[in-house]
Ligand binder design. Structure first.
Ligand SMILES: CC(C)(COP(=O)(O)OP(=O)(O)OC[C@H]1O[C@@H](n2cnc3c(N)ncnc32)[C@H](O)[C@@H]1OP(=O)(O)O)[C@@H](O)C(=O)NCCC(=O)NCCS
Length: 170
């Protein structure tokens, strides 16, 4: 997959993206919005490990968001199994230097369109911590519909938080 968009390009990860990932992912503000699987601090070794996994995986589900020739963030889906095999869950992050330029709205819209157009998926969902209005807004602008508030659904940084469930269906 290579999606060349107006503000960014979504492309496969490359081994030489490690330095850029370690730079932009090593940010507590990013970490606070994502799952604990995402390391903090985010070291170059973490980046190498992530890239080995992402590049080796079949089918490829994790991609780089490149902005101005910089690996600025990531976007990926987790495909469902069994009775959920027509569904997927979306995740994404962007380095703070690139926020508020409409990049993730563009990326999420095009990425979701791509999967619906190329794979027989009927549902792509995303969960946002209730403390993250920017991400909820990205999803709304990308055509996702708010399905509900999941009370006390996550524990992040020692705090129990609600999360917001969004989905786009086909
Ligand atoms: C959340 C995130 C993805 C937003 O990406 P972005 O490229 O800055 O978003 P956009 O520029 O496309 O903005 C989308 C909308 O969110 C709004 N927005 C951006 N930052 C905001 C903030 N801090 N508070 C409220 N709204 C905000 C924008 O104004 C825009 O809405 P508008 O067009 O109605 O004004 C990015 O900040 C990020 O990666 N954060 C850390 C990781 C994360 O949250 N991942 C998602 C986990 S579910």
């Amino acid at each position: 997959m290579q999606l060349v968009l107006e503000r960014c390009t979504i492309r496969p990860w490359r081994l030489n993206d490690a330095e850029s990932i370690a730079k932009h992912a090593n940010n507590r503000k990013v970490w606070l919005a994502v799952r604990d699987l995402f390391p903090h601090p985010y070291t170059i070794d973490n980046a190498h490990e992530f890239l080995q996994r992402a590049i080796g995986e079949q089918p490829t589900t994790k991609f780089c968001i490149e902005v101005d020739s910089v690996a600025a963030g990531g976007i990926g889906i987790r495909l469902g199994h069994d009775v959920h095999r027509h569904t997927a869950e979306l995740g994404y992050w962007l380095g703070e230097n690139f926020w508020r330029r409409g990049i993730m709205t563009e990326a999420v819209t095009a990425f979701t369109d791509f999967w619906f157009d190329n794979v027989p998926l009927r549902r792509i969902s995303a969960q946002v911590f209730a403390t993250n209005p920017a991400s909820a807004r990205v999803l709304e602008k990308a055509g996702f519909v708010f399905e509900g508030l999941l009370k006390n659904n996550v524990i992040k940084d020692g705090e129990v938080l609600d999360s917001l469930l969004y989905a786009r269906t086909k």
